[in-house]
Design a binder for this molecule. Structure first.
Ligand SMILES: [Zn+2]
Length: 205
C-alpha cells in the first residue's frame, strides 16, 4: 500500500514572527506632560488593555522611549514644532519613564532614543545593553511588526517607515495611537500608506 498521507507540510508557509513595538508612551507626551498629545493618556490605557488581552499575538513586545540627554537643536526656547520642540523626554525624569498604565506589560526589551539628537525613530534607539532595535528584531527572528503609541504623526510614523526600509511587514494600529494634530495625522497616514505600511484598527485584527 502506498503512503497516502497528504503531503501538505512542505508547502505550509509558517507565519512570520511578529513583534509589537510600543513607541514613546510616556507622560511627557500625554495630557499634563511637556509635549502632551490630546488623547495620549487614553492611548496608554488602550495599549495596556490590548497587550493584556492579546499578548499571544506577539512573539516579542518592545518599548521605545524618548530619552534626551543633550539633543542639540531638537530643543529650543522658541520652538517651531517642526524641527525644534520645547524641552521634553529628559532622561531620568519622571515624565520620561514609561507611562504608569504600562507598568505590568513586561516588555521583552526596551530601547531609549534621542540621547544626543532628534531620535524620531525607534530604530535610532538602543537598549541598556547597547543593542539597536534592528539587532533586537533580527536576533528574535522577527519578520513583521505592529507599531502603536505616540505620536502617530511623528515617532510612530518614523518608526513604521524605518521598519519598511528594514524589510519588515509593518502595520500601525490606528486606534492605539494619536497624532499631534488631525492634519499632521492625515499626512502621516498618507506617507505610511505610500511606503507600504498597513493601517488598521483593533476591530480589524
Ligand atoms: Zn524628542
Amino acid at each position: 500500500m502506498d503512503d497516502i498521507r497528504p503531503q501538505t507540510s512542505r508547502f505550509v508557509t509558517s507565519r512570520p514572527r511578529r513583534a509589537l513595538v510600543v513607541v514613546d508612551v510616556q507622560p511627557t507626551f500625554c495630557e499634563g506632560g511637556e509635549l502632551g498629545v490630546e488623547g495620549g493618556n487614553a492611548v496608554a490605557d488602550r495599549v495596556a488593555t490590548y497587550i493584556k488581552e492579546h499578548r499571544d499575538r506577539y512573539d516579542v513586545i518592545l518599548t521605545t522611549q524618548d530619552w534626551h540627554i543633550d539633543p542639540g537643536e531638537h530643543f529650543s526656547d522658541a520652538p517651531d514644532f517642526v524641527d525644534s520642540w520645547p524641552t521634553h523626554g529628559v532622561a531620568d525624569t519622571p515624565s520620561a519613564m514609561l507611562h504608569p498604565a504600562l507598568a505590568d506589560i513586561d516588555a521583552d526589551a526596551s530601547v531609549k532614543k534621542g540621547q544626543y539628537g532628534h531620535g524620531y525613530s525607534g530604530f535610532d534607539g538602543v537598549d541598556d545593553a547597547g543593542r539597536s532595535l534592528e539587532t533586537i528584531l533580527t536576533d528574535a527572528g522577527i519578520g513583521a511588526i505592529d507599531v502603536v503609541g505616540l505620536a502617530e504623526s511623528h515617532c510612530v510614523k518614523h518608526t513604521a517607515l524605518d521598519a519598511r526600509r528594514n524589510g519588515l511587514a509593518t502595520r500601525v494600529i490606528t486606534d492605539l495611537t494619536a497624532p499631534v494634530s488631525a492634519g499632521q495625522g492625515e499626512q502621516a497616514r498618507a506617507e505610511m500608506r505610500d511606503a507600504g505600511v498597513v493601517l488598521l484598527s483593533t476591530a480589524d485584527l
